[in-house]
Write a protein that binds this ligand. Structure first.
Ligand code: DON
Length: 315
């Protein structure tokens, strides 16, 4: 009997994952946020979900990890829903920066202070400042509840050890945020430390591969909930998010990943990657060992392998 693609994936994912695990040796676990350094360097886990809600797990998918930069995609979506496209893109650009995620190089070069895109740290901080709420707690709760709704899981929350660890050591993000403030990208009434506090909490939201795959599935499904068919995110904003994932999701390795895998994806320094095959799959990956660009070495290897095998590239 001829196997469907899904049956083929289910049968082969564990072996491919074990092959890709070797690539973890080429990477290093992030330690600039000290709490992240405890993650197991050789771990690799992956979950795929299809449009029927079928789920397949392989490897260390029981591991929980903080979303870090993956959160930026969903905070951007909430900011777009809160404020609309015009207001958001007054504060942040739409172009890949070609620099590291925490770079300040281009901030002063083009339109002074306006970050190149919402997925680099400076841009993400500017976007977090746009989230509605009367206090930092209210802003964070709105972000957390939005993530819970997209993942369909009300247990999702912040890992406060990771949050505190970043809060203590984030000298570079502080300098980016103060620079934004100096250039009026952060409005008068916004205190820099307040925005950073929400941003650190958002980055420290903890998930597992399956929760990430479910979030990816909502994007793959055009913003619609798989079970209820209800629209959770307007399609136009899903389109914007997917485009940023392709052009900026893997930072200054986005071009290489687009050529090699060709699917929308977003990485985080915890080693997580969210990816999706439009109309077909949501994917969550964790592999804490990172390459020099801040992306999971084993995670990228596995996604590349899957995409080539099943011809997933959208290009
Ligand atoms: O702001 C930071 O540096 C972290 N909270 C997030 C950075 C990150 O995940 C970059 N991704 N590869």
């Amino acid at each position: 009997m001829i196997k469907t693609e899904w049956q083929h994936i289910e049968a082969h994912l564990p072996a491919w994952l074990e092959e890709s695990r070797q690539a973890a040796r080429r990477g290093k676990v992030a330690d600039y946020i000290p709490e992240l350094a405890h993650a197991p360097a050789d771990a690799l886990g992956c979950t795929l979900i299809d449009t029927n809600g079928n789920t397949t797990n392989a490897g260390d998918c029981g591991l929980t990890f903080t979303m870090q930069s993956i959160s930026k995609v969903f905070t951007l979506l909430l900011a777009l829903m809160d404020r609309g496209e015009e207001r958001v893109f007054n504060h942040v650009g739409m172009e890949p920066s070609g620099d590291d995620y925490n770079s300040m190089l281009k901030l002063e070069l083009v339109e002074p202070g306006k970050p190149f895109n919402p997925l680099i740290n400076a841009g993400a901080i500017a976007v977090t400042a746009l989230i509605k709420g009367d206090s930092t707690d209210e802003q964070f709760v709105r972000i957390r509840d939005f993530f819970r709704m997209i993942a369909g899981d009300s247990s999702i929350d912040c890992n406060y050890d990771v949050y505190a660890s970043e809060h203590r050591t984030a000298h570079r993000n502080r300098s980016l945020a103060y620079f934004l403030k100096d250039n009026d990208v952060l409005a008068d009434e916004i205190a820099v430390e307040d925005v950073l506090d929400v941003y650190f909490r958002q980055c420290a939201i903890e998930v597992n591969c399956e929760q990430l795959a479910r979030m990816g599935m909502v994007l793959a499904n055009g913003g619609y909930d798989l079970v209820t068919g209800q629209s959770l995110i307007p399609y136009r904003y899903v389109q914007i998010a997917k485009t940023f994932m392709v052009t900026c999701g893997m930072y200054n390795a986005s071009g290489e990943f687009a050529i090699q895998a060709g699917i929308p994806a977003k990485s985080g320094v915890s080693g997580g990657i969210i990816a999706l095959v439009p109309g077909r799959y949501g994917i969550g990956v964790i592999g804490p060992a990172l390459n020099s660009k801040g992306n999971s070495t084993a995670g990228i290897d596995l996604l590349r392998k899957l995409s080539v095998q099943y011809n997933w590239s959208i290009f």
